[in-house]
Design a protein around this ligand. Structure first.
Ligand SMILES: Nc1ncnc2c1ncn2[C@@H]1O[C@H](COP(=O)(O)OP(=O)(O)OP(=O)(O)O)[C@@H](O)[C@H]1O
Length: 267
C-alpha cells in the first residue's frame, strides 16, 4: 500500500510553473528518490508536501488523509518530517538541545513509544532529553550529546538534522540533498544510516539527491523532474538508461552556457 499519494500537483510562482501536474506514489517503507537538474522543482515539491506552499491544483494524501490546507507543524504531527538542503541547526545549542527543540509535537505510538514506555519521566523536558539521547545514539552521535552543534564535523551535522527529524516520530521522512558536501566516506555512512531508518524504524524515506552513485545504489524507485514536469520514473537502471533523462541533464549543462530554456530541445 502507498503511504504517500500525490496526484497532479501544480505550483506556479508568477509566470513560472515550478511543479507541473506531478503525480507520485510512495509505497510504505520504501526508499525512493527524486532527481533532476537544478531548478527542476524538487525542493518546491517537498515544500508542497510539507505545507510550506499550497498547490494550485492536485491532492496530497498521507495514509489517505488529505494534507492540503494543513500548516507545516500540522504536517509534522500527521507524520512527515524533513531535512533541508542547507544545514539549519542552532549553532549555539548542543546536539542534544537541537533535537529537544525540534520535538514539540505530541508523542505517537512508534519506535520511540516502545523505548519511553518502559521508563517514568517526571517532566516533559526529561522525556525530551531521553528522546534526544535515543536518537543521537541511533544516528551514531551519542558522544557529541553535550557538544555545540557548530563544533560537529560537517557530516555529523547533517546526521544531527536527520536525528532531529526522526525525533518527531514520522512515518515518512523527506531528505533534501542529505549527501551535499559530504566526502565519499561520509556518504557511505549516510547510505547505511538511511537503510537503517527504513529497516529498523520502519520509516519511509524520500530523498532529493544529486549524488548519482548514492541514488542508484540506494533507491528502489526514482522519479525524474525537469522544468517542473515528471519526465521519467522507474527502477534505477530504467531511469539511468532513459534517453529523456540523459537529455535533460545534458541540456541543462548546455543551458549553463549559451543556451536558454527555449534553445534547449524538449523532452
Ligand atoms: N518562492 C519562490 N518564488 C519564486 N520562484 C521560486 C520559488 N521557489 C522556487 N522557485 C523557482 O521554482 C523553480 C524550481 O525551484 P526548486 O528550488 O524547486 O528546484 P530544485 O529542483 O530543488 O533545484 P536545486 O536542485 O537547484 O535545488 C526554480 O526556477 C526556482 O527559481
Amino acid at each position: 500500500m502507498n503511504i504517500l499519494e500525490v496526484q497532479g500537483v501544480t505550483k506556479t510562482f508568477g509566470g513560472l510553473t515550478a511543479v507541473n501536474d506531478v503525480t507520485l506514489e510512495v509505497p510504505r517503507e520504501a526508499i525512493v528518490s527524486i532527481i533532476g537538474p537544478n531548478g527542476a522543482g524538487k525542493t518546491t515539491f517537498f515544500n508542497l508536501v510539507t505545507g510550506i506552499y499550497s498547490p494550485d491544483r492536485g491532492t496530497i494524501r498521507l495514509d489517505r488523509r488529505e494534507l492540503i490546507g494543513l500548516r507545516p507543524d500540522q504536517v509534522v504531527s500527521a507524520g512527515i518530517a524533513r531535512t533541508f538542503q542547507n544545514i539549519r541547526l542552532f549553532s549555539t545549542m548542543t546536539a542534544e538541545e537541537n533535537i529537544m527543540v525540534g520535538r514539540h509535537t505530541r508523542l505517537r505510538a512508534g519506535y520511540l513509544d516502545a523505548v519511553l514506555r518502559t521508563r517514568r519521566f517526571h517532566s516533559s523536558e526529561e522525556e525530551a532529553r531521553e528522546v534526544a539521547r535515543v536518537m543521537l545514539d541511533f544516528v551514531g552521535l551519542g558522544r557529541w550529546r553535550r557538544e555545540l552543534a557548530t563544533n560537529l564535523p560537517y557530516g555529523d551535522q547533517r546526521k544531527l538534522e536527520i536525528a532531529r527529524a526522526l525525533a518527531t516520530t514520522p512515518k515518512l521522512v523527506l531528505l533534501d540533498e542529505p549527501a551535499a558536501g559530504m566526502n565519499p566516506r561520509e556518504t557511505e555512512d549516510l547510505k547505511a544510516l538511511i537503510r537503517r531508518i527504513r529497516d529498523e524504524l520502519g520509516v519511509t524515506v524520500v530523498l532529493i539527491e544529486h549524488d548519482m552513485r548514492l541514488v542508484m545504489t540506494l533507491s528502489e524507485h526514482i522519479t525524474v523532474l525537469d522544468y517542473g514536469t515528471k519526465i521519467s520514473e522507474g527502477l534505477p537502471h530504467q531511469v539511468r538508461n532513459d534517453p529523456r533523462v540523459m537529455e535533460a541533464y545534458l541540456g541543462r549543462g548546455a543551458a549553463a552556457g549559451e543556451y536558454g530554456k527555449e534553445a534547449r530541445p524538449h523532452a
